[in-house]
Design a protein around this ligand. Structure first.
Ligand SMILES: O=c1[nH]cnc2c(CCNCC3CCCCC3)c3[nH]c(NCc4cccs4)nc3cc12
Length: 382
């Protein structure tokens, strides 16, 4: 039948296909030359060209269609030009599927020293060796192009909350001017996308203005930034509800830096399609896991003699094949294998949750699925 023949036209471009909707929630797929991204999607973070503690084949096998590449780290070490010389990030890290790269701006502001932000861009010193660097909208797009990114993020200014309205306004307007400069620098390369980032703090009028101005630029997708920076969940959800009606239905929405499983289900039900968060990988390395029964900390002595696996019904071998007592031992001993197994448990759970959300939306039973999921978390571990 025709729908199984992907003509090169459909593979050579970036296209978003909505399969079903359930309230504000959507499920579909983003088709790109390097593969398809099923949405809603959780994107594991691949900081220094690796999803820490995981083989790329394993990350793909547990259901991730796209990973994040980190512009800030890679521009400092090994350098964007070197990655390009070696064939680009996909070849470098053996991940032939789509990669979304961030602009580097958020990490500059949170990791580097002696940074100075001007209209032109951000100058800063490397947290690795103190060397001086500059990140302008143009240079950020150039670095992401050198890495070979499939989805490029604009350079933006994310303010930390709480902040005064005029501070949020100033950053929002700068981010809009930087979006224009990124769009000019990016051009219109087939099969690759530039996403804008909606800013505006927690001021509805600023959020709406930011969304409207970005939509007028006709970008391929829109992120909602400036959230998950310390505000309560209800404020984050209110901002999503403020912005969502002003974003085009036919383009993907990406909520940056989010979040816990509860954040994910709540944001999906409000119309978000893509997420990234360091939580599942970072927490896993510290012994904290996410399961159908809620959160567990395997450092806790109560697991010391528990012979049961984490979840016998999970398809993940780390969750169904190892005693909690053994995982507790590995975490206490700070063994590599403990970090690897619990990272695997968490990424598998996050992907299973996203697969459940996609299926529930397709069947028009999202609210039932969310209720059942939250009951499981509340019931706690068996
Ligand atoms: O407005 C924003 N603009 C740009 N990036 C943002 C990010 C970083 C998203 N993950 C990048 C990844 C790139 C590859 C390496 C890992 C990060 C955010 N993360 C959070 N919250 C989670 C937070 C994490 C840390 C402090 S808050 N809010 C965010 C808001 C913005």
């Amino acid at each position: 039948t025709t729908d199984t023949i992907t003509t090169d036209a459909s593979r050579s471009d970036f296209s978003f296909h909505l399969a079903a909707r359930d309230g504000a929630a959507r499920t579909g797929e983003i088709r790109m030359p390097r593969g398809v991204i099923r949405t809603p999607a959780f994107m594991p973070v691949g900081t220094a060209a690796t999803v820490k503690g995981m083989y790329p084949e394993q990350v793909k096998a547990l259901g991730a269609d796209v990973v994040l590449g980190n512009t800030y780290h890679l521009m400092l070490r090994p350098g964007a030009e070197r990655v390009a010389k070696l064939g680009g990030l996909h070849k470098f890290m053996n991940w032939p599927h789509p990669i979304l790269t961030d602009s580097g701006g958020f990490q500059v502001m949170s990791l580097s020293q002696l940074r100075k932000l001007t209209e032109e861009g951000v100058t800063f010193q490397s947290h690795i060796d103190g060397s001086k660097h500059v990140l302008t909208p143009e240079r950020s797009v150039e670095i992401q192009n050198l890495l070979g990114s499939d989805i490029v993020m604009q350079l933006d200014e994310c303010v930390s909350l709480p902040c005064e309205d005029k501070v949020a306004e100033k950053a929002m307007r700068l981010s809009l001017r930087w979006a224009e400069r990124c769009k000019t620098a990016f051009g219109n390369p087939a099969g690759r996308a530039l996403f804008g980032i909606v800013q505006g703090g927690v001021v509805p009028a600023l959020r709406v203005e930011s969304a409207r101005e970005l939509v007028a630029m006709d970008l391929k997708g829109y992120a909602i930034g400036g959230l998950a920076v310390g505000e309560p969940q209800d404020i984050m959800l209110a901002m999503i509800e403020t912005v969502e009606p002003h974003l085009p239905v036919e383009k993907p929405r990406y909520l940056m830096g989010v979040g816990t499983p509860d954040d994910l289900v709540e944001a999906v039900s409000r119309g978000i399609d893509m997420f990234d968060c360091v939580m599942p990988t970072r927490a896993g390395r510290h012994g904290q896991i996410f399961t159908r029964f809620g959160r567990m900390n395997l450092k806790n002595a109560k697991h010391a003699e528990d012979p049961r696996p984490i979840d016998p019904q999970s398809s993940c071998q780390a969750a169904n094949g190892y005693a909690r007592a053994y995982l507790h031992h590995l975490v206490k001993a700070e063994e590599m294998l403990g970090k690897m197994l619990l990272t695997w448990v968490n990424l598998a759970y996050y992907q299973d949750l996203m697969a459940g959300l996609r299926a529930a939306i397709a069947q028009g039973r999202l609210q039932d699925f969310i209720a059942e999921t939250k009951e499981g978390w509340a019931r706690g571990e068996p």
